[in-house]
Write a protein that binds this ligand. Structure first.
Ligand code: ATP
Ligand code: MG
Length: 412
C-alpha cells in the first residue's frame, strides 16, 4: 500500500480530470459506495473459485460479529447499491466510479495491495451498441491522454452460460487426457475453474492449449450475432482490435463480450483496463434480471504508462504563480491582507506567501520556481510599496493598485 506524495498527486489529478471530461461527454453519472461491504456480497458475485475470493480479500469481523471485507473491486457494490435504491429495474443507468480497491497480492511493479480503479457500468441495455459505447468511451480516454497507439484491444465472447458449460465439459475432457503435461496450478484448476487454464502464463500449458477445443466453436447463436454486431460497430468507428479466443477474465460473472486493453510497455502487468458484459449479476444478487456491461482500469498502471511514454504535460507540477514576501519587519499582517485581497480579485492567480521570517527571502522565492516574485516593503512615507523581481534584479516598483492591475491583466 503506497503513499502518493505531493510531487506525484498532480499526475493523478490530471488523469482523473481527463477521465471525468470523457465520462461527462458520454453522460455517465458518478456513484460512490462504501469501501467496506459484507463478505457475502463478493462471494456471491465474483465467484467462489476465483483468485480474489480464494486468497486475495481482506476480511474481518466487526464488533458485532458481522463478516466484512475491504472491497476488492467496484462492480458488486454498485449492483448492490442499484438494487437497494431501486436504480435498476426497468431503467437504464450509466454510472462511473473511482476509488481504492484492496487485494492481498504479491506486490510488484503495477501490482499493489491497495490500488485505485476508475470504471464505468451501464445497466438495463442488452445490445451490442452499449458494449460498443463503453469500449468507445475507453478509446476516447486513451486518445485524450495520447496513449491510444501504445494499447491493444483484445476482444472475446464467452457466450451464454449454457454454451460455456458445454465448452467447459469439452475442455476438461481434452485436458484430463493430458493432465500430466499441465503445470501444477492448472492441474488444480482443472477441478475448480478449468476456463482459467486458458490464460495460464506457463509456456507448456499454452502449447498444449493450441490443440484444445476453442470456445468460438461452442458459442450460441445469440452470442455470435451479438459479437458480430459489436465488431461491426468497432470496424465502422475505426477501432482496431485483436480477437483473443483465450481471453476469459479472472472474475466469474462475465458472459458474452469480454475485453482487455493491454500494452507491452509495462512488463508483466500489461493489462490497464478490463471489462465485459455481466447480464446475470443483478439477478444473482437478488434484483430483477437486468443486463449490464462495464469496465475497470487501474490508475497506477495507467500512470506508469503515461510516464513511460512521456506524455504527461510538462507544467503538471506547477502549483503557484506568485511568491509574495515582506522584506521589512512588521509587515506580516499587511502581507496576509494583501494576499487575501489578490485572491479575492484574481481567483485564477495561485499565490504562496512567505511565512518564514526575514532571512534568505529571495533565495527561497527563487528556489520555489514561482514565475513572479513580489517583495512588499515600506516606502519613505510609511506606505506600502511592492517590488517586482525578475531573476536577480528588481524590475519595477508598483503601488498596490498598480500591482493588482498588472496581475489581473496577466491572468486574463
Ligand atoms: P490481473 O490479471 O493483472 O491480476 P485482474 O484481472 O485481476 O488483473 P480486474 O479485476 O479486471 O484485474 O481489474 C481491472 C484492472 O485493475 C486491471 O486491468 C488492472 O489495471 C487493475 N488492477 C487489478 N489488480 C491490481 C493490483 N493489485 N494493483 C494494481 N492494479 C490492479
Ligand atoms: Mg488479479
Amino acid at each position: 500500500m503506497n503513499d502518493v506524495l505531493p510531487e506525484n498527486t498532480p499526475a493523478w489529478q490530471y488523469l482523473e480530470e481527463k477521465f471525468q471530461q470523457v465520462v461527462a461527454s458520454y453522460s455517465y453519472a458518478e456513484i460512490r459506495t462504501p469501501i467496506v461491504e459484507s463478505i457475502d456480497l463478493f462471494n456471491r458475485s465474483i465467484g467462489e473459485v476465483t483468485d480474489i475470493i480464494e486468497k486475495e480479500m481482506y476480511c474481518f469481523e466487526d464488533r458485532n460479529g458481522e463478516r466484512l471485507a475491504l472491497r476488492p473491486e467496484g462492480t458488486a457494490s454498485i449492483v448492490r447499491a442499484g438494487i437497494e435504491h431501486g436504480l435498476l429495474f426497468n431503467q437504464t443507468q450509466r454510472m462511473w466510479y473511482r476509488g481504492p480497491m484492496f487485494r492481498y497480492e504479491k506486490p510488484q511493479k503495477g501490482r499493489y495491495r491497495q490500488f485505485q480503479q476508475i470504471g464505468v457500468e451501464a445497466f438495463g441495455m442488452g445490445g451490442a451498441d452499449i458494449d460498443a459505447e463503453v469500449i468507445l468511451l475507453s478509446v476516447a480516454l486513451w486518445r485524450s491522454l495520447g496513449i491510444l497507439d501504445a494499447l491493444t484491444l483484445e476482444l472475446n465472447s464467452l457466450g451464454s452460460n449454457a454454451a460455456r458449460e458445454e465448452y467447459r465439459k469439452a475442455l476438461v475432457e481434452f485436458l484430463s487426457a493430458r493432465k500430466e503435461q499441465l503445470d501444477e496450478d492448472s492441474k488444480k484448476r482443472l477441478l475448480s475453474n478449468p476456463l482459467r487454464i486458458l490464460d495460464s502464463k506457463e509456456a507448456k500449458t499454452q502449447a498444449l492449449l493450441n490443440d484444445a477445443p476453442s470456445l468460438v466453436d461452442y458459442l450460441d447463436e445469440d452470442a455470435q450475432s451479438h459479437f458480430s454486431a459489436l465488431t461491426e460497430i468497432l470496424d465502422r468507428a475505426g477501432v482496431s482490435y485483436v480477437i483473443n479466443p483465450r481471453l476469459v477474465r479472472g472474475l466469474d460473472y462475465y458472459n458474452k463480450t469480454v475485453f482487455e486493453w493491454t500494452t507491452d510497455k509495462l512488463g508483466a502487468q500489461g493489462t490497464v483496463c478490463a471489462g465485459g458484459r455481466y447480464d446475470g449479476m443483478v439477478e444473482q444478487l437478488g434484483g430483477k434480471s437486468t443486463p449490464a456491461v462495464g469496465f475497470a482500469m487501474g490508475e497506477e498502471r495507467l500512470l506508469l504508462l503515461l510516464e513511460t511514454l512521456h506524455v504527461l504535460p510538462e507544467n503538471i507540477n506547477h502549483n503557484f504563480d506568485l511568491y509574495l514576501a515582506a522584506k521589512d519587519k512588521g509587515l506580516e499582517l499587511e502581507l496576509v491582507m494583501l494576499a487575501e485581497q489578490l485572491r479575492a480579485k484574481i481567483p485564477k492567480l495561485k499565490i504562496r506567501t512567505h511565512c518564514a521570517g526575514l532571512k534568505n527571502i529571495l533565495n527561497k522565492a527563487r528556489q520555489s520556481g514561482a514565475e513572479t516574485i513580489v517583495l512588499v516593503g515600506k516606502n519613505n512615507e510609511g506606505g506600502i510599496i511592492s517590488t517586482l523581481w525578475q531573476g536577480d534584479q528588481p524590475t519595477q516598483d508598483l503601488s498596490i493598485l498598480e500591482l493588482i492591475a498588472m496581475l489581473s491583466a496577466s491572468k486574463q
